[in-house]
Design a protein around this ligand. Sequence first.
Ligand SMILES: *Cc1c(COP(=O)(O)O)cnc(C)c1O
Length: 397
Amino acid sequence: MSMHRKGFDALMEIIARPELIFVRGQGSWLEDHAGKRYLDFVQGWAVNSLGHQAPEIVAALERQARLLINPSAAFYNQPAIDLALRLVQASCFDRIFFANSGAEANEGAIKLARKWGQKHRDGAYRIITFEHAFHGRTLATMSASGKEGWDRKFPPQVEGFPKARLNDLASVRALIDEQTVAVMLEPVQGEGGVIPATPAFMQALRSLTREHGLLLIVDEVQTGMGRTGRLFAYQHADVEPDIMTLGKGIGGGVPLAALCAREAVSCFDPGDQGGTYNGNPLMTAVGVAVFDALTAPGFLDDVNARAQLLSTGLLSLCEKWGLPGERGLGLLRVLELDGDHGPALVEAARERSPEGLLLNSPRNNLLRFMPALNVTADEIETLLKWLDGLIGQVCTA
Ligand SMILES: *Cc1c(COP(=O)(O)O)cnc(C)c1O
């Protein structure tokens, strides 16, 4: 391998990365510096909703780059308005603030809830979040997250995020006090291991929050924009939250995120929220292209058909190899392994030849699948065939 460790060392080591450099992408496939191809079931962590180099996205970037890249967040621009209108029409929300990452959108949600607490709830500010939740990597969103050990990483934490247990209403009720302003959750805990909140729990949370005058905030950074087979995951439970955040798939690979709020909750005063790049037309033009692709007739039906194919295929692997099971919603799924084989499987899959396979293991006993939403049936069949071989090679060794 003609690679220079020195080049890698110019980057901060934030995670153990394999010594490859990806140079090109196309749909569900990536190619590295040596010309080896990889079937990609990670897709930038559920980010490339239309796959690599989707023609709609490339065209939107080219068109918008020639017109206008960034007039400043202090002026209106047409793509931001167009995308906001689409989101408002497709959801129960009335106002949109665009951000550049999921964590930033969640910071905005936390600020908005605290502002609403100042205005309407006598300064209440605490936001009940959940064990194993993941909301991002800024100080406040790390504090809101329920990842093991994160409470001790960068002390002191941002205060005001007591943790309840998912699908356990009593654990939420027990944390409500005078200072509570909101409950915030992922409709499916993604990084936590693809654990869905049940529709019954979502509905009970909505009633409980109404009863106590609290806001319900859904973090749909991973579950939003068609990932679960509906445009937004909250729609599976037939509840209407007060605030929603979007990220990942909304930009189809470019940095774009959104904070969505109902009119009554949209209470920022001028100067409370903003940012140099927020809502810039280059990224929001891509957002419009992605939105239009995801909402084209039949697109979400296809997502659900592919999800069914993937789920059925994973279940037959469970039967064949005696694995505990699979779960998920739409094209956000995990396969449960009969031991901590996840990291070894991820590595063997990547090193597979002549073609590799990119997978993710959010916990050591889980493999997660988050392909492009337009993944083909053939690509799913290929994944299942290769996975069969890999399980035989790694898990029975
Ligand atoms: C990925 C993720 C985030 C953080 O998004 P970034 O764009 O990485 O900041 C927040 N919440 C959930 C549910 C996520 O999956």
